[in-house]
Design a protein around this ligand. Structure first.
Ligand SMILES: Cc1ncc(COP(=O)(O)O)c(C=O)c1O
Length: 479
């Protein structure tokens, strides 16, 4: 698919989104097209991604598993997708390897367990990370968290100080490329240069970045190059279970693989084993070849539109939404709202005097708007932004992660296919919420801890039938 660069590009791209016209029932009984503003969690898929998967499936075969014609075709396709996933972020594939796994979380865990850490080694991360770029490091070494400034941005002076103080002991700086809470982008190349100066490597969690900004790991000879990077296909319009981890081939060649078994070996004796070559050594078991085809096609779509153009489009949407929210009043937006040039399209907010969960529920039931609420898997950052006191934190600690009784926020996040009408729909319902003009009667469910609207039920089977073996099996159809 090729998208020419003109004004209709994004309108055409929108038409390519599977489910863009899906209608959902509202509390008042009407049906309205769903407005999806939770792209920071997972993106929908492009039609051409589905087409490419269908095109590939007749050629599907296990890869690296034999000389059968389809096995050879599938292996070549799989290797191509790996190259595309690496080139997408400017990886130098003569020196780096692309490892496929399940998602970003798995990739970071893999990286953390592959580092030959000693107990005194330090990883510097930040207080604005997703839990997935914090907890895996804590399992293996000493983790230092660099704090944030009042606007939610990383305290870069503190990071430099910490790097100087820990020089020689710090092995890695693990930092997010863009925050999933505020959308703030970190100056990763600048940080990389500081990390290298201190004798450390840098890992960039690019889960929130790659679908929204051009990313370039830069050549190894550049002081600002990124050593390790991870991202997920489900945030890149290909929700079919691929995680990408990129890093120096030499690094992954050393040591034992995290998972061992089929595919990872060159030789196995009853009491000895010789590991195979990369990437197979680090991809135990049969890989997700179809998912990798989906990722490669989604990347092709994004590249044909242009990541700069996408960044520009999403910035415009963000500015439009912020402008409308400010005009409305009654909400508090977290993170920068003036200079948003270093921010992807993530808009976290609270409505004065209202639970975040109630706001998200009303947006859904009365507006057909899908957003996220809660802590967004970044509890320390969330508490800092919300200025939760240690006493309040202690009191609420017993509550589970996204329970509405825990302090949290609502998050609207934009993808490249969203448009002004989506934001208008969002503002329309938000206006009713702020002005207390919503009509439903809401109560907290004692078991789930979620809000329910009186007279409103989501019945999944109405839209997507239960799997019926008699209906779907060829044997059943014959019967
Ligand atoms: C910044 C960031 N890092 C890591 C992750 C984890 O990604 P995944 O769920 O694909 O493992 C997310 C997911 O929301 C994220 O936003």
């Amino acid at each position: 698919m090729h998208f020419p660069e003109h004004a209709t590009t994004f309108a055409r791209l929108r038409e390519q989104v599977v489910g863009i016209d899906t209608k959902i029932p509202l509390l008042d009984g009407t049906l309205r097209p769903y407005v999806f503003l939770d792209n920071a969690a997972s993106t929908p898929t492009f039609r051409s991604v589905l087409d490419r998967m269908a095109e590939f499936l007749p050629w599907y075969s296990g890869v690296h598993r034999g000389m059968g014609y389809k096995a050879v075709v599938a292996t070549e396709v799989y290797d191509q997708t790996r190259r595309i996933a690496g080139e997408f972020v400017g990886a130098d594939l003569s020196k780096n390897v692309v490892l496929f796994g399940k998602n970003t979380t798995e990739s970071i865990n893999k990286l953390a367990s592959h580092f030959p850490f000693s107990a005194t080694d330090i990883v510097i991360t930040t207080a604005m990370e997703h839990h997935s770029n914090d907890l895996p490091w804590r399992k293996h070494c000493t983790v230092l968290h660099v704090g944030t400034l009042p606007d939610g941005s990383l305290d870069l002076d503190a990071l430099r100080r910490e790097l100087r103080r820990s020089a020689g002991k710090v092995r890695l700086v693990a930092v997010t490329g863009a925050s999933n809470v505020t959308g703030i982008c970190n100056p990763v190349h600048e940080i990389a240069a500081w990390a290298h100066e201190a004798g450390a490597k840098i890992f960039v969690d690019a889960a929130q970045l790659v679908a929204h900004r051009p990313v370039d790991m830069l050549p190894d000879s550049d002081p600002g190059h990124i050593d390790f990077l991870a991202y997920s296909s489900h945030k890149v319009y290909a929700p079919f279970g691929i995680g990408v981890l990129i890093g120096p081939t030499e690094f992954f060649l050393a040591g034992d693989p995290e998972y061992v078994g089929g595919g990872t070996v060159a030789y196995v004796g009853l009491d000895s084993v010789e590991w195979g070559n990369l990437p197979q050594k680090e991809e135990a078991g049969s890989p997700n070849v179809v998912g990798s085809v989906a990722l490669a096609e989604a990347i092709a779509v994004l590249r044909s539109v242009g990541l700069e153009e996408i960044a520009h489009h999403e910035q415009r949407l963000l500015r439009y939404a912020i402008g409308k929210m400010r005009k409305l009043g009654g909400t508090r937006i977290f993170g920068p709202t003036e200079d948003i040039s270093k921010k992807v399209g993530v808009l976290p907010f609270t409505v004065d005097g209202m639970d975040h969960a109630l706001v998200a529920t009303i947006l859904s039931t009365e507006g057909g708007i899908g957003v996220r609420n809660g802590n967004f898997c970044a509890q320390p950052y969330m508490r800092k932004l919300l200025d939760v006191s240690p006493e309040e934190e202690r009191q609420k600690r017993a509550a589970r992660c996204d329970n509405p009784t825990l302090p949290g926020m609502v998050r609207a996040s934009f993808g490249c296919y969203n448009n002004d009408e989506d934001i208008d729909r969002f503002i329309e319902t938000l206006t009713k919420i702020v002005r207390k003009e919503y009509v439903g009667s809401y109560s907290l469910h004692p078991v789930t801890g979620m809000y329910v609207a009186k007279g409103y039920n989501v019945i999944a089977a109405t839209h997507f039938g239960h799997f019926d073996p008699l209906r779907s099996s060829p044997a059943g159809r014959e019967a």
